[in-house]
Structure formats: structure tokens, C-alpha cells
Ligand binder design. Structure first.
Ligand SMILES: Nc1ncnc2c1ncn2[C@@H]1O[C@H](COP(=O)(O)OP(=O)(O)OP(=O)(O)O)[C@@H](O)[C@H]1O
Ligand SMILES: [Mg+2]
Length: 274
């Protein structure tokens, strides 16, 4: 991407997107994709125009959760991708792109290049929020994504156990080093409660994410229980999680508002080079 003035250049297709939120977790399988989708749906339910990008080239999971097939994607005459609309949100995934159908996408050999192409060659139109579900890790891919996607803010997802927490610290430090804002942390799979009124079982330890948030002075956006999927089938249908995500969406909205106010107060925004 050309960036002569050391500033992140915003692709044309993202110019009418008000806020881009990256969902990060250093550890895999902690619920990042589920949380990205739920947050997107909650924001939509509150009346916002929302998009979701599944930027996980290695293990895209959103197409499965949203029942989307590669054949559904269409290119406009201008060779721009029309995002799918699923559950009222605009949606695109690395998992929906195939070489034969979308040769225009695959010029960049690097994952981050491909993600940037996906973002910048999709006709997002007007959006209040674009949620980016990122791949797990703290390697080059995440670093480059953080540097190249013009993020408004980010959200960290962790489970309470030590292995996830220690990886997450690396993620937070990476984001802090880049000077990018973090709207808060979500602790997932915090406990399991077989009966509504019964005992909570802290299967992965208690409050690991909460303590991590305190250590780094991050807002704790929520602590989410582990849901028995057999009963609920679909995570999205769980009433308890719906309430939690409504609160997470409100906190995210407030955080973005605060960030914008700070910016307009004259606090300089961080410039990011390529
Ligand atoms: N609170 C929860 N209760 C029960 N199951 C959950 C919960 N959160 C996530 N899951 C399930 O755990 C699995 C992993 O979640 P998900 O795919 O969202 O994680 P991820 O962090 O995106 O993984 P990856 O690092 O592979 O991208 C999925 O099957 C998801 O439905
Ligand atoms: Mg995922």
C-alpha cells in the first residue's frame, strides 16, 4: 500500500465505514469467531449497519456459522465483491474466495495482503461498524493486519486459563506497542453452570481474564459462561449470551464514542507506516 506520508491510506471501499473493530486473541479456539459474530449481531439488533469480515485464511469459520457458500459471492462490473447479507449483516470471508471464481483477489502472496485485498475490494457501502474476526496468534500475520487495517479499535478475547492468558499478554503488548486502542477484554468460557440457580463450575480457573484486564487497565467487557451446545445447538440462540452480548455491544459503542471524542480533543492519532 502506498503510504508516502507515513499515514495509513484508507481504501476507497472503506471510506463510508465509520468504525472498524478488530477482534483479537493470541490463543486459538477461545471463541473469537463466535464472539465476532455475536457482537456483530447485537450491534445490528441495536439498529446499526454492520459488516463482518472473517480474516482467518487458515481456518475460516464464519461461513459455517452463517451457512454461506463460495458460489454465493458475486463480482460487480467494476470487479468489486458484493458482500453477502446474512442475518442482516454484510459478510465476507476468506473461506468464500476460491482461485477459479475470484482470480482478482489472489495477487498478494501474503495473507495480510490477501486480507487487505478482501477488505478493499468489497463494496461495503455505508456501515456503522465493520467487525474483523482475525486468525489466532501474535506473529507476522497479526502484526501486519494490525498495521494495515485502519482499525478504530480492538477487542481482546481470552479464556481464563494460564496458557491463554500468557499468550494474550503478548497480543495486548503488540497492540499497545503499535499505539492502537483496545476497547476492552472479553473473558469467554468463564464458568459452566448446569442449573440456572445451581453452582458455577470454574473449569478453566476463576477470573483469569478479569485479572488480565486489571493488569493492563483494560475494561472488562464481559465474562461469558460456557454453554452446553447440545441443548442449544446454536450459540446465537442462547438467551443468556444474547443479554451478555447486548451489554458488550453497548460498552463497545461507548468506547468508540469516547475514542472519537478524545481524537477531536486534539490528541494526536497514531500514524502507522507500512
Ligand atoms: N461460551 C461458549 N460456550 C460454548 N461453546 C463456545 C463458547 N464460545 C465458543 N464456543 C465454541 O468453541 C469453539 C471455538 O470457538 P471459535 O471458533 O469462535 O474460536 P476461535 O477463537 O475463533 O478459534 P480459532 O482460533 O480457531 O479461530 C466453537 O465450536 C464455538 O462454537
Ligand atoms: Mg476463529
Amino acid at each position: 500500500m502506498a503510504s508516502q506520508d507515513n499515514k495509513l491510506r484508507i481504501p476507497e471501499t472503506l471510506r463510508k465505514v465509520k468504525n472498524i473493530i478488530g477482534i483479537f486473541s493470541a490463543k486459538g479456539g477461545v471463541g473469537k469467531s463466535a464472539i465476532s459474530l455475536q457482537t456483530a449481531l447485537s450491534l445490528k439488533d441495536k439498529g446499526f449497519k454492520v459488516g463482518l469480515v472473517d480474516a482467518d485464511i487458515y481456518g475460516p469459520s464464519q461461513p459455517v456459522m452463517l451457512n454461506a457458500k463460495p458460489g454465493e459471492l458475486k463480482l460487480t462490473k467494476e470487479q468489486v465483491i458484493e458482500p453477502l447479507v446474512k442475518e442482516g449483516i454484510k459478510f465476507i470471508s476468506m473461506g468464500l474466495i476460491s482461485d477459479e471464481k475470484m482470480p482478482v483477489i489472489w495477487r498478494g502472496p501474503m495473507v495480510s495482503g490477501a486480507v487487505m485485498q478482501l477488505l478493499s475490494q468489497t463494496d461495503w457501502g455505508n456501515l456503522d461498524y465493520l467487525i474483523v474476526d482475525t486468525p489466532p496468534g501474535t506473529g507476522d500475520v497479526q502484526l501486519t493486519l494490525l498495521q494495515r487495517i485502519p482499525l478504530t479499535s480492538s477487542v481482546i478475547v481470552t479464556t481464563p486459563q494460564e496458557v491463554s492468558i500468557s499468550d494474550c499478554k503478548k497480543g495486548i503488548e503488540m497492540i499497545n506497542k503499535l499505539g492502537l486502542p483496545i476497547s476492552g477484554l472479553i473473558e469467554n468460557m468463564s464458568w459452566f453452570q448446569p442449573d440456572k440457580e445451581g453452582r458455577k463450575y470454574y473449569l478453566f480457573g476463576k477470573d483469569g481474564g478479569k485479572q488480565l484486564a486489571e493488569e493492563y487497565s483494560l475494561d472488562l467487557l464481559g465474562q461469558l459462561p460456557l454453554i452446553e451446545l447440545e441443548e442449544d445447538k446454536n450459540l446465537m440462540e442462547n438467551e443468556l449470551l444474547k443479554i451478555e452480548f447486548s451489554s458488550i455491544a453497548d460498552k463497545l459503542e461507548q468506547s468508540v464514542k469516547n475514542l472519537k471524542e478524545k481524537k477531536s480533543d486534539g490528541i494526536p492519532q497514531v500514524n502507522i507506516s507500512k
